[in-house]
Design a protein around this ligand. Structure first.
Ligand SMILES: [Zn+2]
Length: 112
């Protein structure tokens, strides 16, 4: 089964339930359902993680396992199979919801 491309409309939470905010850092016109695609090098910020009270609050997410088939301005896109690790707790990020129309292309695609 093909992976779904993540966009800024995705719902991503840290393992303690705080929302992850996608901050695009690479300018591009490319959109899926009118929204920017989540790219590996964008910023993913977390505010208000409840684990901060224990000194282990999540503040951002670093992603691995991006798409090998879709690059946007040379940067791999993220999919629902990508793995996010929250900085501050080292706990995994949870991909709760994402768009369900656009899957990873079967052939390598590089868009600007
Ligand atoms: Zn957290």
């Amino acid at each position: 089964m093909s992976a779904y491309i993540l966009t800024s409309g995705s719902t991503i939470l840290c393992s303690h339930g705080a929302p992850v905010m996608h901050v695009p850092t690479t300018p591009t016109e490319y959109r899926i359902e009118g929204l920017p695609v989540m790219l590996m090098t964008d910023q993913y910020l977390i505010a208000g993680c409840p684990a901060a009270a224990q000194g282990m609050g999540c503040f951002s997410v670093i992603w691995t396992n991006p798409s090998a088939m879709l690059l946007v301005r040379g940067i791999p896109a993220l999919t629902n199979l990508s793995v996010g690790i929250c900085q501050g707790s080292n706990a995994p990020a949870m991909i709760v919801a994402h768009q369900l129309t656009e899957t990873e292309p079967n052939n390598f695609k590089h868009v600007n």
